[in-house]
Design a protein around this ligand. Structure first.
Ligand SMILES: Nc1ncnc2c1ncn2[C@@H]1O[C@H](CCC(=O)c2cccc(C(=O)O)c2)[C@@H](O)[C@H]1O
Ligand SMILES: [Zn+2]
Length: 353
């Protein structure tokens, strides 16, 4: 973890504990994970782009006035991914950054529509991510799986294309486990995507739409009712609906909470006002994730430190939080048990030292 990410209100040894803690990351975007190092390398390859090549200038460039501004900047980075080699480089380097944080398993949200509509051949795109996945697992030991998401604002054409890419046996990559819906929520009602989620679910994929990030709890209800959501991306506004919280708790539907993201996109005013505590109090299965870490000036370790401060967690509490991520993942039972055991062994050794 770099020095600027050390939360001064969290004891130093807790930061060290988090840095070594084995973790699962369930809500993180492919393009949104491009570090300044990766972005500047891609920007240098494609000199006509408006994205700064200087990592220092990227800090200003990644300061957002609201969610719409964030999506504009995000799409300018999407424009840097133009060849299968760009896709492979991005994916492999993202895995390297994850491995440095002891991320053992990650479900990476990819928006294939954004790449295929920009002219990248669909089969070459799938080969590039799969090649990077296998190379990353061999080199770093980090297991990657994919969530393909519909960029909601791009309309039903993008939903059709995403569902096709996710369900066509000749294209669908081996690492694909889930189907999502991202982008702005305002003016992009969830129910219209039902037929595409039905197709993905019928093809064996899990349903993990974003909901309640920038709109109210009704969007989370819609995601549950119409899209059969098994986990909710963000779900931040669920805190305003006690019945919804009780429903999420009772059905064991996890929330993918991304605290710093919610501040960066101005979905929540301050970290101290973040509803993560209410979620835990209501008995909801809370997982902590990083969303678009370099764009939001964070990383997964920092999100765990933020959660430790907001929830008052010690080492055991942090280990339980990490195990929530494992439990809520789409790993098989032996895979879950392996990481959960590793978390327990690490924590016991740390506390005994
Ligand atoms: N916090 C987030 N919350 C929600 N989404 C987030 C978040 N972070 C990253 N995303 C990503 O942004 C994409 C949105 C891209 C999009 O809307 C769009 C619209 C029109 C055209 C095109 C295009 O490519 O031509 C794309 C989503 O699919 C999602 O993967
Ligand atoms: Zn997201």
């Amino acid at each position: 973890m770099t020095e600027h990410l050390v939360d001064p209100d969290v004891p130093r040894d807790l930061h060290a504990f988090i840095a070594g803690l084995p973790k699962a990351e369930l809500h993180v975007h492919h393009v949104g994970s491009a570090s300044p190092r990766i972005v500047s390398e891609l920007a240098a390859r494609h000199a006509d782009s408006k994205v700064p090549t200087d990592p220092e200038a990227l800090v200003d460039y990644f300061t957002f006035t609201d969610f719409a501004h964030f999506i504009d900047v995000y799409l300018s980075v999407v424009d840097l991914i133009r060849t299968p080699e760009d896709v492979r480089l991005l994916t492999f380097e993202v895995a390297r950054d994850m491995a440095r944080q002891q991320v053992r398993y990650a479900e990476l949200t990819i928006t294939p529509f954004s790449s295929t509509r920009r002219g990248i051949d669909e089969a070459a795109f799938m080969d590039a991510i799969e090649d990077a996945r296998k190379a990353a697992e061999a080199e770093f030991g980090t297991v990657l799986r994919w969530c393909f998401d519909i960029p909601g604002e791009a309309g039903l054409e993008s939903a059709e294309e995403t569902a096709r890419l996710a369900t066509d046996d000749r294209l669908r990559p081996e690492g694909l486990v889930s189907f999502g819906l991202g982008g702005p929520e305002i003016g992009v009602a969830r129910p219209q995507f039902k037929p595409y989620f039905d197709r993905a679910i019928a093809a064996g994929l899990h349903s993990v739409p974003h909901a309640g990030e920038t709109t109210g709890p009704h969007t989370v209800w819609d995601a549950l009712t119409h899209l059969n959501a098994e986990r909710i991306g963000h779900g931040t506004s669920s805190a305003r609906d006690p019945k919804l919280l009780a429903h999420l708790a009772e059905r064991r539907i996890p929330l993918e909470v991304c605290p710093t993201s919610n501040i960066a996109t101005r979905a929540v005013r301050t970290l101290d006002e973040h509803p993560i505590k209410e979620f835990v109090r209501a008995g909801v299965l809370v997982t902590v994730n990083s969303d678009d870490p370099p764009m939001f000036g964070t990383d997964l370790n920092n999100e765990y430190a933020v959660a430790a401060r907001l929830l008052g967690l010690d080492e055991r509490g942090l280990a339980d939080l990490a195990k929530n991520g494992v439990e809520a993942s789409f790993l098989d039972a032996p895979g879950k048990a392996r990481i959960a055991d590793e978390i327990d062994t690490y924590t016991a050794a740390w506390l005994a030292s």
